[in-house]
Design a protein around this ligand. Structure first.
Ligand code: PEP
Length: 251
């Protein structure tokens, strides 16, 4: 079965007002969207439920993070069980901003991934190297190490609930997009790694999406690469051009 194209919008800690959120959702609700693509939007947690209730049915909603415990004294956290109860199907885990600003280790990301999948959430699992690591030729090794932590705690069947987002840190929010050749090479390396570390079937079936300064102008070319199964979009997901990115595969 071909892998379904996937486009996610990561709003990060935006927008700043409910009015702005309504404007973004209004654009998506009235747009002509490619229904062959799986579309997910990840607003700040405050807006998860209102957005779930107002967004058109073709769009799914994702949290931007969760903890690995079900409940308890973990001030400021949201649990996988709470997201499932609120009928939120997806969660983004391991975003580079969580890894670098909030010091999340690959082991913590793996623990959260396992807990989210156990609770029946689907996970957008982010990995990626810094500029320095790329310049030192360490891209594949860094990404494999991030993935190995997750491989260590998942069963083969868990991978059906995972979308891997390859997001080079140097491309996130910088306007410096990876070339389609750089993206394809990194995605092919990830697929090869999955084949060895998990199984050929998981390697073949797991969607690997690209994130890092994707725009309406660069999405078409990136989408032609055989191992690029979609996008995770930050800044541009807040703008009307997000519609063009969702429709990247449509001729
Ligand atoms: C992201 O935050 O996941 C991201 C890819 O951001 P941007 O598109 O703004 O680079």
């Amino acid at each position: 079965m071909p892998r379904q194209f996937f486009v996610g919008g990561n709003f990060k800690m935006n927008p700043i007002s409910r009015d702005q959120k309504q404007t973004i959702i209004g654009v998506l609700n009235s747009a002509d969207l490619d229904t062959a693509t799986e579309i997910v939007v990840a607003p700040p947690s405050l807006y998860l439920i209102p957005l779930r209730d107002t967004v058109r049915t073709e769009l799914q909603v994702s949290a931007q993070n969760c903890y690995y415990k079900d409940s308890g004294a973990f001030t400021g956290e949201i649990s996988p069980a709470q997201l499932v109860d609120a009928k939120i199907p997806y969660v983004i885990l391991g975003h580079s901003e969580r890894r670098s600003i909030f010091n999340e280790t690959s082991e913590l990301v793996a623990q959260k991934t396992k807990a989210a999948l156990n609770a029946t959430l689907k996970v957008i699992l982010c990995v990626g190297e810094t500029l320095q690591e790329r310049e030192l030729g360490q891209t594949a090794a860094v990404v494999e190490k991030q993935l190995q932590a997750v491989v260590n705690v998942l069963q083969e069947s868990d991978w059906s609930g995972v979308v891997i987002a390859y997001e080079p840190v140097w491309a996130i929010g910088t306007g410096k997009v990876a070339t389609s050749a750089q993206a394809q090479e990194a995605h092919a390396d990830i697929r090869q790694f999955l084949s060895k570390a998990v199984s050929p079937a998981v390697s073949e079936n797991t969607r690997i999406i690209y994130g890092g300064s994707v725009t309406a102008a660069n999405c078409k070319e990136l989408s032609t690469q055989s191992d690029v199964d979609g996008f995770l979009v930050g800044g541009a997901s807040l703008k009307p051009e997000f519609v063009d990115i969702i429709n990247a595969k449509r001729n």
